[in-house]
Design a protein around this ligand. Structure first.
Ligand SMILES: [Zn+2]
Length: 281
């Protein structure tokens, strides 16, 4: 039995390595392993025997019926985290996970519409309402397991903005940028990076313009912003590679690009860490 479990872990590990060569694998116990980028902004998927209970920093993680689970490290994640595995018999193994720190760039962004840097009072209500819609979409707790599949680039083009950079808009320091920006002309079709269900489709939000949120299951979501047009509706089931939107420059944006974000619930992750290096078109 132990041999079978070990073999299964090995096969799963090999599968992860072959499908995500840019990821590392960490063996926690003989039936529990983690795969992903062990760095700030990294997304981690795990596998355990389905009856085990997994806790991350003291919080129980939902596992799929087959024993998969997922979590992530935020932009400023601490250097160490705790993962614990409890068997149905009650035995418990706790492992410290090391997370490597990153250095983030400072980016000065000039020429954005001033009303999106310091919004007028009358815009506050609209902004609050839109923020609540986004938060609610990202709280989705679905049973989809699309987060286990490899992600693909939604669009190919020059990378003009990266995750984590501290932004200064028209001279005013603002929150860090959490998206991966890919430049492309207005109207360029954007593809779903993984299978998903649409949880938010909005044609024009104050800061983010056309905004699309796709649920990949267990708290993992993709967000596309500054879109010119969203081509799908809330509740639509979409497949990786489906055309879901058109590139735009709406909201707080200086030019046409796709801004792609990945979340584990409210924790913002780095999309560049879930896709292989971009190949030339
Ligand atoms: Zn952006």
């Amino acid at each position: 039995m132990l041999y079978v479990n070990t073999l299964r872990t090995l096969l799963i590990t090999l599968w992860f390595i072959s499908s995500q060569s840019y990821a590392d694998t960490l063996i926690i116990t003989d039936d529990t392993s983690l795969t992903g980028s062990f760095t700030q902004g990294g997304l981690i998927t795990g596998y355990t025997s389905p009856l085990n209970t997994i806790s991350f920093n003291g919080e129980v993680l939902r596992t799929t019926p087959k024993g998969h689970f997922v979590f992530g490290f935020g932009r400023d994640a601490e250097a160490t985290h705790t993962l614990s595995v409890t068997t149905p018999g009650g035995s418990n193994v706790e492992k410290i996970i090391q997370v490597s720190p990153r250095v983030y760039a400072l980016q000065k962004v000039n020429g954005v519409p001033q009303k999106t840097v310091t919004p007028p009072k009358k815009a506050q209500q609209r902004i609050q309402k839109e923020t609540a819609l986004v938060k609610s979409a990202r709280r989705t707790q679905s049973n989809a397991t699309s987060f286990l599949e490899p992600f693909s680039w939604p669009l190919k083009g020059p990378i003009t903005g990266v995750y984590g950079s501290q932004r200064v808009y028209n001279g005013t320091p603002k929150r860090p940028h959490f998206g991966l920006d890919i430049a492309a002309p207005v109207g360029t079709l954007v593809k779903a990076p993984a299978d998903a269900t649409v949880t938010l489709a909005h044609q024009n939000m104050y800061y983010s313009g056309g905004t699309l949120i796709m649920d990949h299951g267990y708290g993992i979501s993709s967000t596309f912003i500054h879109l010119d047009e969203v081509l799908v509706n809330v509740g639509d089931k979409i497949k990786r590679g489906d055309n879901v939107a058109k590139v735009g420059s709406k909201g707080r944006s200086t030019g046409p690009h796709l801004d792609w974000r990945i979340n584990w619930f409210h924790v913002r992750l780095d999309p560049a860490l879930v896709v292989p290096p971009m190949e030339k078109k």
